[in-house]
Design a protein around this ligand. Structure first.
Ligand SMILES: C[S@@+](CC[C@H](N)C(=O)[O-])C[C@H]1O[C@@H](n2cnc3c(N)ncnc32)[C@H](O)[C@@H]1O
Length: 455
């Protein structure tokens, strides 16, 4: 395809979408233009900067007409920071946009028709909702720079105060910057894979306020770490510090090895009436309050009578399965991360649950193993990572014929691909519920209820 524009050309048009990495999207005839700033509904003038095979990259040079959905951003970094995409956009419009993204993906990719799509369940709290942040660390002219990546770039925006992260995170980051500068600790440079400190991860429990700090390092140890430890000890919420070793040239944030420097091994959080122990390796939904709404909807879609065997694939620390345990005959969870499975087993105990068990392994390998030992799901819960389900797993699901599937997804495009396969093989998507777990960002979570048609 040849693009009929050239570098330096000025184009004026309306922004129609925002991409997941925060770029504003314009269409000009059949051409897709990604520009660095603007919100949906703005009419902008952009200058073309780079021609790619099927799209072009541009820079916004003027907002000709402001979108009616624009609001005053309360975040001082929203022009540059790629962490959020909607700080200057009306929240009700954000929720509508998320619903329409789910609809587009389901209908365009999944070819799904005749289903109920509900309005996105919004959040009451738009600030400080994240219980988990990961920030890259670098050094510029002797100064520590910690923040999120700029929109569509690997440059880091130095952030002192982020509106969506826990307030305590700002204090921890300030201490870390002081430590780096006072002790002259080196920071990672991805170009030559050199420098020690790569990322800081801060995980906080909404229920107990316990806070776990993880330093991801390109080495085995951090010199004069006791100086940072004594700074952290002064912050009462901080209950542990871990080092995570990642020496690889990779986009993955963490490596395999964790070392506890001080404090508690896990933090404890709550969803509904249940307590959950969380290790640094384990997944936990980043928005605890919205997670309860998500799980409530999963329970509503599952509509259990008490006689069902529920298999919870991609079970993490057991959150969904345990949430459903008092309504089911038996819960069986499968998760690939060893520590998360250990957490799930502990969570069964501390919540005095007697009808739940968890197994380590991939969902695609374990579903046939469960069948061999006589565990056949009546209701199947799926909650895979962004890439969705493995094809082999989908084939086995069709073979074992659970009556109902409740599919929780953080990526409606892969959800659409997977439910298309399931619809082609005897299932029907009945209801879909988007839930806003990531307010102010372009991401949207949703739950699909599928029922078996052919018995
Ligand atoms: C989106 S999280 C959902 C966790 C849990 N359901 C919850 O709500 O907290 C996906 C989980 O799947 C796990 N995972 C990734 N690939 C897997 C696979 N092939 N088989 C089983 N678990 C997998 C991840 O470690 C992670 O815990």
């Amino acid at each position: 395809m040849s693009l009929e524009v050239e570098v330096g050309q000025i184009i004026e048009n309306k922004i129609v979408d925002i991409s997941f990495d925060g770029k504003a999207v314009l269409k000009q005839d059949n051409l897709t233009i990604f520009t660095d700033s603007g919100v949906i509904g703005d009419v902008v003038k952009v200058e073309i900067e780079k021609l790619k095979k099927s799209y072009v990259l541009a820079k916004t040079i003027e907002i000709v007409e402001k979108s009616p959905h624009r609001i005053e951003s309360r975040c001082e970094y929203s022009n540059v920071c790629g962490g959020c995409q909607f700080q200057d956009f009306n929240y009700d419009e954000e929720l509508k946009l998320k619903k329409s993204k789910v609809r587009n993906d389901l209908e365009r990719i999944g070819k799904i028709q005749d289903y109920k799509l509900y309005d996105t369940i919004g959040a009451e709290e738009l600030d400080h909702y994240r219980n988990n942040i990961q920030m890259p660390i670098m050094k510029s002219k002797g100064k520590a720079v910690i923040g999120y990546f700029e929109k569509a770039s690997h440059r880091i925006v130095d952030i002192d105060k982020c509106l969506i992260q826990e307030e305590i995170a700002g204090e921890i980051i300030k201490s870390l910057k002081e430590f780096i500068e006072e002790e002259n600790v080196s920071c990672y440079n991805r170009r030559d894979n050199k420098g020690l400190l790569r990322h800081v991860i801060i995980r906080t429990s909404k229920a107990t306020k316990e806070t776990m700090v993880i330093l991801v390092i390109n080495g085995r140890d951090v010199p004069n770490l006791e100086v940072f430890v004594s700074k952290l000890m002064k912050i009462k919420e901080v209950t542990s510090l871990y080092l995570n070793v990642n020496k690889e040239r990779t986009n993955l944030v963490t490596g395999y090895k964790y070392k506890l420097v001080f404090g508690e091994k896990k933090i404890t959080d709550k969803i509904g009436n249940l307590e959950y122990k969380i290790s640094p390796q384990s997944f936990f939904q980043v928005n605890t309050k919205q997670a309860e709404k998500l799980y409530e909807k999963v329970a509503e879609f599952a509509n259990l009578s008490g006689d069902e065997v529920v298999v919870d694939l991609y079970s993490g620390i057991g959150t969904i399965g345990l949430y459903l345990a008092d309504k089911a005959k038996e819960i069986v969870g499968v998760e690939v991360v060893e520590r998360a499975v250990m957490d799930a087993k502990l969570n069964v105990k501390i919540n005095n649950i007697e009808n739940a068990k968890f197994f380590e392994g991939t969902s695609e390998k374990m579903l046939p193993v469960l069948e061999q030992v006589g565990i056949v799901p009546d209701v199947l819960v799926l909650d895979p990572p962004r890439k969705g389900c493995d094809e082999a797993l989908l084939e086995d699901i069709v073979k074992y014929e659970p009556k109902k599937i409740v599919y929780v997804s953080c990526n409606s495009a892969t959800l659409a691909r997977d439910v298309k396969y399931l619809e082609e093989n005897g299932y029907k998507v009945r209801e879909v519920q988007p839930v806003d777990m990531f307010a102010r960002s372009g991401h949207v979570e949703c739950i699909a209820l599928l029922q078996r048609e052919i018995m």
